[in-house]
Design a protein around this ligand. Sequence first.
Ligand SMILES: NC(=O)C1=CN([C@@H]2O[C@H](COP(=O)(O)OP(=O)(O)OC[C@H]3O[C@@H](n4cnc5c(N)ncnc54)[C@H](O)[C@@H]3O)[C@@H](O)[C@H]2O)C=CC1
Ligand SMILES: O=C(O)C1=N[C@H](C(=O)O)C[C@H](O)C1
Length: 265
Amino acid sequence: MSIRVAIAGPRGKMGAEAVHTVMKHDKMELVAVLDYKEVGKTLADLEMFPASYTAPIFTDMHELVEATAPDVLVDLTNPHAVYNHTKEALNLNVRPVIGTTGFTDAQLDELSAMAKEKELGCIIAPNFAIGAILMMKFAKEAAKYLPDVEIIEMHHDQKLDAPSGTAVKTAQLIQEVRTSKIQGHPEEKETIEGARGAEFDGMRIHSVRLPGLVAHQQVLFGGDGQLLTIRHDSLNRNSFMSGVAFCVEEVMKMDQLVYGLENII
Ligand SMILES: NC(=O)C1=CN([C@@H]2O[C@H](COP(=O)(O)OP(=O)(O)OC[C@H]3O[C@@H](n4cnc5c(N)ncnc54)[C@H](O)[C@@H]3O)[C@@H](O)[C@H]2O)C=CC1
Ligand SMILES: O=C(O)C1=N[C@H](C(=O)O)C[C@H](O)C1
């Protein structure tokens, strides 16, 4: 039996890749897509997709679910839309696989409680690329020994949220093992606001946005006379697609929310 998949954000950079991934997958069926405005009746009406892509386009999640009964909703939209999409999907007994970043801690807690109550799988993955998951795992390990750390994340200049979901997740994983400390000189002062980056439990996170970049992060650890750099580069959005397919299959076996692929690989 195929897994019935719906995708929110099909015209986006990630959404379009995910459409191709699901269409090519022999265990999945793309039953519908969700957009925020009327752009056509089916994907085939859009120039960017071939005529064989006949999944209908909806602008309302309730109508989409009623008409096409998806098992899974993959969301690749934006930080403003994703929370409501996730909530609506859970309410309609559709399992969310969320790649969109920008959740608050309170939203994650609320969605986790909802998924638990409904006994429904839900994956919120700040990064689907296996190399990025390994970077985060290695950074967590390194922080046990080298607690002075700064994160530099670098993305394309169309990105809406800063810091990236991956940088936040990396800092949270490091926080689990690192003795809390304020870094840098105790009396340091910024002469231009923001010069030292965002502060997370004493760590600093720096966000670079430039055309030409895709998604890159380095985690720098400083020690006595030494520097360790752990770096990951996504060179294209195909780097995320095996993770998307993995999550769609995995979420069908789950009955609660998981935040971060490091918990299930
Ligand atoms: N978890 C991961 O591995 C990755 C996550 N991302 C995240 O995925 C999200 C999307 O990234 P991109 O594709 O680069 O952005 P994008 O801007 O290219 O695409 C977003 C799409 O969502 C659509 N959209 C906006 N509001 C909507 C709504 N209410 N309903 C349906 N569609 C809506 C827009 O029309 C647009 O086509 C971002 O939050 C980004 O951070 C991006 C890359 C990898
Ligand atoms: O917006 C992006 O492009 C990406 N967003 C995710 C994030 O915020 O970490 C994942 C990846 O870095 C690409």
